[in-house]
Design a protein around this ligand. Sequence first.
Ligand code: SAM
Length: 284
Amino acid sequence: MEHPTDNPALHLPWLMRPTPGRLHDFFADGHNNLWVDRELGHDLLAQASCLPPAAAANWDFKTRVTRLAARRGIHQFLELGCGYARREHTMRADRWLPTVHRTAMDATATPGNVRIVYVDHDPLVMGYARALLDDCDAVRTLEADILDMPALLTAPQISGHLDPALPVAVTLTAVAHWITDDPALHHAMDSLVTWLPPGSTLSITHATADHHPQTATALAQICTRAGLPLRLRERAEVRALFCGLPLLSPGLTATENWRPEQRAPYRSAAWAGVAVKGAPAVAR
Ligand SMILES: C[S@@+](CC[C@H](N)C(=O)[O-])C[C@H]1O[C@@H](n2cnc3c(N)ncnc32)[C@H](O)[C@@H]1O
């Protein structure tokens, strides 16, 4: 079967500059990163040594919100900007799985009903996801740009896999700050929220300068100089990405403070929140 990634010319831009997916993989001690990513990663670490635990806080948030969705009876999951899978320590030694995948399988009362779609526009991320997950009935992988949300949502990997009558748990974690075009991002989020079936959850984490202005601004400058622009957004701008949906308590918080299960030894530079469509904002 031919994939969009079969054209080698399409790979070149992804190899010559650092990418968000490979940078995150570097902080996760993964094997899917190149020299350009490691060089940027080391520059960032020299400025803020807390970046790997902050990335871990982001993954832990994703685990908590996936469990929350399962508790609310949701068994359809859509991860937008999924990035590379991480090494799975707890379930099967040395297995690489996306966080949403293992959490949904663990947390959902009837794992046989779980449906998951992973989306990323990075052809290398999606090639790896296909290699890991294509034999898994519960999963579809889709190489697509979030900024073209109508095309994304009507792709057969989504329209043929997710039941539009049932709620979906959508995660957009550590993704939107890599999108600098504000109007296009808002347009995409509007389309997404309009499409969401009632009862769906939308979980977002997003880098900000609100908590540690000097460090966050310095990190953004380093990224931008390396050819990877980082758009830090203020609290109100992150709130606006939920397009008016009510937030579950405790609202927008630093990632590690969103319903923490244990005390984090660091403070992240990101906002985190979970909204529910068409349902009262009660904590469950
Ligand atoms: C830093 S990684 C985060 C991965 C994962 N969401 C997590 O929280 O661990 C950001 C991912 O978003 C993807 N991404 C960024 N902009 C995107 C866009 N416009 N469309 C689709 N994916 C995008 C990148 O390719 C990358 O894999």
